[in-house]
Design a protein around this ligand. Structure first.
Ligand SMILES: [Zn+2]
Length: 294
């Protein structure tokens, strides 16, 4: 991935080195992570989401549910470009998501409002509660922040065997995908449906679709940044998507797989939806809610 000379984002807040002094709590509501990182789902949801509404996607943004401007919370270094390679990389990837989504929204006649990205070590306070490194990177819709402890990348490389810069970019792009879902009102619909759901199993099924859609949107991001990709990059992204599929994670951690407890989808599903977004660059192809089986 060629990124060295590209622009860095102004929407990064560097809180690294401040973490670790909180205890006990975890993200309590609304946070959406990347792996099997179970951020308590509030109840469940029913399959009552209108796919047309979902994939009227772009058009409805400006007139849609009000999304408040992110309010800065705990002080960190904001708008300061990180100088270390890891920080610079993430900041540059974030900038490339801004460019991609600005363009996609513009084509849909809407304006993209980027999220803030908070880099932290150990733990960080968000409007969704306390985020800890152990849960992996996550998006908090309440304050529209993507939160990431760069230590996750080591885990991705060593434990999940998914090294490479595009694998790392995919992680950011997936979380930004959740931000796009938030802007489009999809996350809200999902939450409403969740509250009506009758079983945890049903709730999980919706979570899977939301996650797979974020993977597809990460693919759309990749499509718009194809000019920066080098041979092998897409495979890196796919490997990362596969590595953090629920089935593989469960097999790794407990030795067997329980599909009803999936919240993010299988490796095969994650790869397939990422590929679909990447191939088409079309958000309308990311309708994971319409597919009979995602
Ligand atoms: Zn996710």
């Amino acid at each position: 991935m060629r990124w060295e000379d590209e622009r860095q984002s102004d929407n990064v807040e560097d809180r690294r080195g401040q973490g670790g002094r909180f205890g006990g709590m975890t993200v309590r509501r609304g946070g959406i992570g990347i792996g099997t990182i179970v951020l308590a789902l509030l109840g469940g949801w029913v399959l009552g989401i209108n796919p047309l509404e979902i994939l009227g996607l772009i058009g409805g943004v400006d007139g849609g549910p009000a999304v408040q401007a992110p309010a800065p919370s705990a002080p960190g270094r904001q708008g300061v470009s990180p100088a270390d390679p890891g920080g610079r990389f993430v900041s540059t990837v974030l900038a490339s998501t801004e460019d991609a989504w600005t363009e996609v929204f513009r084509r849909g006649g809407a304006q993209y409002r980027p999220p803030r990205l908070v880099m932290f070590t150990g733990a960080t306070q968000t409007a969704c509660g306390l985020g800890q490194s152990a849960i992996g990177p996550f998006y908090c819709p309440e304050d529209q922040t993507v939160n990431i402890d760069l230590g996750f990348y080591q885990m991705l490389q060593q434990r999940f065997k998914a090294p490479g810069d595009f694998a790392q970019a995919y992680v950011v792009a997936h979380e930004v995908g959740h931000h796009v879902q938030n802007l489009l009102g999809i996350s809200d619909q999902v939450q409403t449906a969740q509250q009506r759901a009758r079983s945890q199993e049903q709730a999980n099924a919706y979570s899977v679709r939301l996650e797979l859609q974020a993977d597809c949107l990460a693919g759309v991001y990749g499509h718009f940044n194809e000019q920066y990709l080098e041979p092998g990059d897409v495979e890196e992204g796919l490997r990362a998507a596969a590595a953090i599929g629920d089935d593989r994670l469960q097999r790794q951690s407990q030795g067997y797989v329980v599909p009803e407890t999936f919240t993010h989808g299988t490796s095969e599903q994650r790869v397939r939806w990422f590929r679909e977004g990447f191939r088409t660059g079309d958000t309308a192809r990311c309708d994971t809610f319409r597919a009979a089986t995602p």
